[in-house]
Design a protein around this ligand. Structure first.
Ligand code: ADP
Length: 304
């Protein structure tokens, strides 16, 4: 099984440490979400996997070998780092044919990746005429050309419309289902929770969490419960008597903590209270992520 192994990886630019003693593994057969606020060091890490930046110390290997030791890298690892990297005057098919020829891959692969990325109808159009979503697909077609076992995508859904986002999510899932190791970066927790099986969270270049998505979601504990009762004041008294903390919600709703939704339902049944809503309120994933990375966010000036 081909995996990416990052061990003690560090990258310094002058006095700044972009990646700081980072270790994690990207396993085959799953989507690993690489999560962190902007400036956390995700792109720098991905560049080091691809040999585009040299580590100050530590190592990163793909299937046990460093990138520069891979005989035909495109057949081992495919990456989408910057979708704008195609010459605007080039036709999509010519761009892919040139890539294939450069790596000694058969021409038929071009047709195959055009089909997989839905670009067949626009294969003869120039990249400069492409929308962002189509440029992303072209970048992904290039990454898939060598049928690699390892794939990396840097913020692939940035700027895409809902249809484009849905397509990328589906593609990641299907690549992982084929047994490939998929690493995808994002600064959006919700996005990752919908796509990834595993999460590697970093902040200021350091590892903050390395966990399955299920564990991460379960670890956030019980949130509050939104309750709408026919007689809110009377039911609030019952709830407080049962040990809950009751706060006012919007309209006639109250927000209850200290009891589960099931316990509140039983309490209502026991006292013959009529409820029209009983909704567990999980703290949002975005909140959980902010809590986790709060200290590590770099404060950057707003450019004019
Ligand atoms: P992310 O992808 O998580 O947004 P990056 O890897 O792009 O983060 O950046 C991490 C840090 O490294 C940032 O502080 C960034 O300014 C710095 N950095 C990245 N590339 C360079 C470079 N070529 N020279 C100097 N600093 C860099």
């Amino acid at each position: 099984m081909t995996r990416i192994e990052v061990r003690g990886l560090t990258k310094r630019y002058g006095h700044d440490t972009a990646v700081d003693d980072l270790s994690f593994t990207v396993e085959a057969g799953q989507v690993t979400g690489f999560l962190g606020p902007n400036g956390a060091g995700k792109s720098t890490t991905m560049k080091m996997v691809l040999g585009l930046a040299a580590p100050t110390s530590g190592s990163v290997t793909i299937g046990g070998r460093r990138y520069r030791d891979l005989p035909v890298p495109l057949t081992e690892v495919g990456a989408l780092l910057d979708a704008g990297a195609v010459h605007p005057g080039r036709r999509a098919c010519d761009h892919l044919l040139a890539l294939a020829a450069g790596a000694g891959l058969p021409r038929r692969r071009v047709g195959e990746v055009l089909a997989r990325t839905g670009l067949e109808p626009v294969a003869r159009r120039r990249a400069g005429e492409f929308s962002l979503g189509m440029r992303q697909r072209l970048g992904i077609a290039g990454a898939l050309l060598g049928d690699p076992r390892v794939l990396m995508f840097d913020e692939p859904v940035n700027g895409l419309d809902p249809e484009g986002i849905r397509w990328i999510r589906g593609l990641m899932r299907s690549l992982a289902a084929e047994g490939r190791a998929v690493l995808v970066s994002s600064h959006l927790m919700n996005e990752m929770a919908q796509t990834a099986d595993h999460l590697v969270v970093i902040g200021r270049g350091r590892l903050i969490a390395d966990t399955s998505v299920t564990e991460f979601l379960n670890g956030r504990g019980e949130g509050a419960v939104l309750v709408r009762a026919e007689d809110p004041a009377a039911f609030a008294l019952r709830l407080t008597a049962a040990g809950a903390v009751v706060r006012e919600g919007t309209g006639s709703a109250v927000v209850v903590s200290g009891l589960t939704a099931e316990e509140i339902g039983r309490l209502a049944a026991c006292h013959g209270a009529v409820l029209s809503e009983l909704t567990p309120q999980r703290p949002s994933l975005e909140d959980a992520f902010m809590e986790l990375t709060g200290d590590s966010v770099e404060f950057q000036g707003v450019s004019a």
